[in-house]
Design a protein around this ligand. Structure first.
Ligand code: ZN
Length: 319
């Protein structure tokens, strides 16, 4: 890795969801991710913030949701990340085809892309677009105690797909200020990466119809990129500012420090630090077992708890 990289891949991806229990069942049960943190939206503590990932919620494995009950359904389109792609081993294709069918998850047949990857597209119950890419290039360890046997389990993200009416402006930001390179293109797909390994790919897709994305459940709220530490994060923030964009101040998200800004194509980007991680307020073997609140919401715990729907993990019944 280059010494002076300030961004080293995808950190987490956050989506809007409908029902919290269905969300928990799908991501821990059907997909077999670990429930790593039960907390609230720090900016709106009446709503859960649910985190899923590998054994400890390593950056690059973290999918998170704000399950707002009563909001409208969103619409895929430009200005949004529309597809979140997870990485699984090549041998797991038959297993996942059967598994998705068994749980009645509508899916497309396996397809090939960029001359190198085999993938299946499907959506969760809210309409959130996702894929599994089958590959033998991923060295990461999956969640070791989930309902999916580790030899078939999700390793983390493979890529994320942004839709844009043109790829140039977002592409220029990624390559000019965010340590990415254009590493592949085919038709209307442009692939960028910091390093050419699973977990780092950002695909910009220029769709044939120019439907604008609409935020709502079943859509991605933002994508966060990893930055090694607070110094590298500051450098990126300065550089984004000089570029003419408007990054927020550094915000403490308890499990990482964050800076947000909207990229020229309209997608909300975040730069999140690797540290301190999810074991900062729970032991590794207890992750996700209790509602965790940051200090500035802890005093209000009783009120917050009483406003949240009860949810429980049933992943063992998805074996
Ligand atoms: Zn975030």
């Amino acid at each position: 890795m280059s010494q002076n990289m300030n961004i080293t891949g995808i950190h987490h991806i956050t989506a809007l969801a409908g029902d919290a229990q269905k969300n928990l069942d799908f991501y821990t049960g059907v997909l077999g991710l670990r429930f790593i943190k039960k907390t609230v939206n720090f900016d709106d503590p009446g709503v859960y913030h649910l985190y899923y990932g590998d054994d400890i919620g390593s950056p690059g494995s973290i999918m998170t949701f704000f399950p707002y009950g009563g909001i409208r359904r969103g619409r895929h389109g430009t200005g949004l990340v529309n597809t979140t792609t997870f990485s699984v081993p090549m041998d797991a294709l038959g297993y996942w085809e059967k598994r998705l069918d068994r749980f009645d998850i509508p899916r497309k047949n396996a397809q090939e892309r960029l001359g190198k990857e085999v993938f299946i597209y499907f959506e969760d119950h809210d309409g959130l677009g996702m894929e599994l890419v089958f590959n033998d290039l991923d060295e990461r360890k999956p969640y070791s105690d989930g309902p999916v046997p580790p030899e078939y389990a999700i390793r983390g993200f493979y890529s994320a797909e942004i839709w844009a009416s043109g790829y140039e402006r977002t592409g220029a930001l990624l390559t000019g200020k965010m340590d990415h390179r254009l590493i592949g293109e085919s038709g209307n797909r442009f692939r960028f990466a910091t390093l050419d390994v699973p977990g780092n790919y950002i695909d910009i897709l220029v769709p044939s119809s120019n439907t604008t994305g609409l935020s709502g459940y079943g859509t991605i709220h933002h994508i966060a990129f990893r930055s090694p530490d607070t110094n590298s994060q500051q450098e990126i923030r300065q550089s984004i500012r000089q570029y003419g964009l408007q990054p927020t101040p550094v915000i403490d998200r308890q499990y990482f420090k964050s800076v947000y800004f909207r990229e020229p194509g309209g997608v909300l980007f975040e730069i999140a630090t690797d540290a301190p991680g999810f074991t900062v307020d729970e032991a590794p073997d207890k992750l996700g077992s209790e509602l965790r609140l940051p200090p500035h919401h802890e005093f209000n715990r009783k009120h917050i708890e009483s406003g949240l729907p009860a949810i429980a993990e049933h992943s063992k019944s998805y074996v």
